[in-house]
Design a protein around this ligand. Structure first.
Ligand code: UGA
Length: 445
């Protein structure tokens, strides 16, 4: 059993609450500080500001060990201070560190030695800058450690308590050891590094995961041209133990608040240091184009999309979250609207009404597909597995499904009377129903 410590957390956002809740679960006392009064009040009342499985239970179970506050002075009691604030991209693609600097401004003034630990994803070199800032403020007794998070939305509590690895970068070995001890009850390899390497591990991991997805998406695009099936290809390739099966699902591209931000931050970081990271430039571009390929697939069957009704099914950037940040659905929906299509959307939790103005958000799946010339699966929600039903077929104006996540079985879907197009799967050009077979000519302007 590791020793129980008092842990302060800057930021009651998604990373901060998962970190605070899970450290309390491990037996530590936790003080979570946020600057938004409504958020602190809601958390004190047991209300969650967002949807994350298991988190509410973890926070409730450890209630007596967690305190929420607006007052940074209360963090003076903490042995360790985790920085869990957001680091959004700036116009230049660099990371905006203003919330990190605000956390530094709010550091409690105390004589005891405290450790400041960076959980937020930051550019390589941030640790050096923070140390310089601490020294400039006469806070030389505050230690600094980089301990990046590898939490995926929808699975964050599990990812925290059962991680593949724990990365601890430190200027001073003893500080690194103190942070390693906080995780004593977790069974996972600990990677001890210098600060810059810990910062780079996080960015490189996200960049490589994105690269795998863009790679399999390009393989899917070639599969479509040569008549291969990317699902079979990914399985056959992924069984090579040197490659592995994970993050190898072709689709409409990656989204979310992390990949786009981190890949572009790493590319920018390299550029600022004089290196052109060509591979990442391609990874980003492939992803942008991938989201838009749905439009061409629709046009193949429907001709011009002006005046056609398209159901966009699934809005969240992935299932089990209501997060719309960088969601492919927003690009697909906006492109459809720009083409003059009538867009009907459905998602079990995400609400895109203020982001897709002009689209109709429907409360049921059946409502969304009613009168539609095509249905596009954008997020692989479980509710969509039964999409190829008699009821849906009868409700649609034309029985066309574009499966942007390869969620459905092509054979079953076609047998159920639908024209079906997946991503990187043999095309249905010889199997389309008469009403979807003859595209109108596109009028060139
Ligand atoms: C990602 C990483 O997986 C976490 O390890 C990391 O800690 C987190 O970013 C972060 O930096 O905070 P997250 O963005 O929550 O987590 O979501 P993922 O599950 O990684 O999915 C990202 C996107 O990739 C989704 O749009 C998903 O649909 C897409 N994806 C994923 C694919 O298109 N194909 C795949 O095979 C896997």
């Amino acid at each position: 059993m590791g020793e129980s410590r008092t842990i302060g957390v800057f930021g009651a956002g998604w990373v901060g609450l998962v970190t605070g809740g899970c450290f309390a679960e491990l037996g530590h006392r936790v003080i979570v500080r946020d600057v938004v009064p409504e958020r602190v009040a809601a958390l004190e009342a047991g209300l969650m500001p967002f949807h994350e499985p298991e988190l509410q239970e973890v926070l409730a179970r450890n209630r007596e060990r967690i305190r929420y506050t607006l007052d940074a002075h209360e963090l003076a009691d903490a042995d360790v201070l985790f920085v869990c604030v957001q680091t959004p991209p700036t116009y230049s693609g660099d990371a905006d560190l203003s919330f990190v600097w605000t956390a530094l401004d709010d550091l409690p003034r105390t004589e005891r030695r405290q450790l400041l630990v960076m959980k937020s994803t930051v550019p390589v070199g941030t640790g050096e800058k923070v140390r310089a800032a601490l020294e400039a403020r006469g806070l030389t007794h505050v230690g600094y450690v980089s301990n990046p998070e590898f939490l995926a939305e929808g699975n964050a509590v599990r990812d925290f308590l059962h991680p593949d690895r724990i990365v601890v970068g430190a200027f001073d070995e003893r500080d690194g050891t103190a942070i390693e001890e906080l995780y004593a009850n977790i069974d996972a390899p600990v990677v001890r590094t210098d600060i810059a390497s810990a910062e780079m591990i996080k960015l490189a991991a996200n960049a490589f995961l994105s690269t795998r997805i863009s790679f399999i998406n390009e393989i899917a695009n070639v599969c479509e041209l040569v008549g291969a099936d990317v699902e079979q290809v990914a399985k056959g390739v992924g069984l090579d133990h040197r490659l592995g099966p994970h993050f190898f699902r072709a689709g409409v591209g990656w989204g979310g608040s992390c990949f786009g931000k981190d890949v572009s931050a790493l590319k920018q970081l390299a550029g600022n240091s004089g290196y052109h990271f060509q591979l990442l430039a391609a990874v980003i571009e492939v992803n942008e184009l991938q989201k838009r390929r749905v439009i061409a697939k629709l046009e193949k069957h429907l001709g011009r999309l002006r005046g056609k009704t398209i159901a966009v099914l699934g809005l969240a950037f992935k299932p089990n979250t209501d997060d719309l940040r960088d969601a492919p659905s927003l690009v697909i929906g906006s492109r459809l609207l720009a083409e003059g299509a009538l867009v009907r959307t459905w998602d079990p939790v995400a609400d895109a009404r203020d982001r897709l103005r002009g689209a109709t958000q429907c409360s049921t799946l059946l409502e969304a597909v009613t009168g539609a010339d095509a249905a596009v699966v954008v997020t692989e929600w479980d509710d969509l597995r039964g999409l190829a039903s008699e009821e849906v077929r009868a409700a649609m104006a034309r029985p066309l499904i574009i499966d942007g996540r390869n969620l459905l079985d092509p054979g079953e879907t076609r047998r159920a009377g639908f024209a079906y197009e997946g991503i990187g799967r043999p095309s249905s050009q010889f199997e389309t129903l008469p009403e979807t077979a003859e595209p109108e000519r596109k009028v060139s302007s």
